[in-house]
Design a protein around this ligand. Structure first.
Ligand SMILES: [Zn+2]
Length: 104
């Protein structure tokens, strides 16, 4: 087993996990329990994504780099309709589906 990714944002971790799973890589999340129990907000304990098979680690890392690198450059944005915060990788609001008009 090998750690391939870690982030404080649980939603992002699950995006990463889903990405590996659709590519046929068995993986699991560590520390999720701590992150969701007790502390509100980000930053206490980074959540970790691990692959079951070490042989998948290299593929997993390059996959995640390719798929997640775009989003990490983009800042969070706030929906002008419902005021929900959205990850920079989302083009439309997760809550009300309004398009992000803050960036071009
Ligand atoms: Zn919205």
């Amino acid at each position: 087993m090998k750690k391939v990714y870690s982030h404080e944002n649980l939603a992002l971790l699950h995006t990463a996990k889903g990405l590996l799973e659709i590519n046929g890589i068995s993986c699991f999340v560590k520390n999720e329990y701590h992150a969701s129990g007790g502390h509100v907000g980000f930053g206490s304990i980074p959540i970790e994504l691990w692959v079951q098979d070490d042989a998948d680690a290299e593929t997993a890392v390059s996959l995640l780099e390719r798929e997640l690198s775009n989003s990490s450059d983009r800042p969070m944005w706030t929906c002008s309709k419902c005021n929900e915060e959205n990850d920079g990788s989302f083009e439309t609001c997760w809550n009300c589906q309004r398009e992000n008009t803050d960036t071009e």
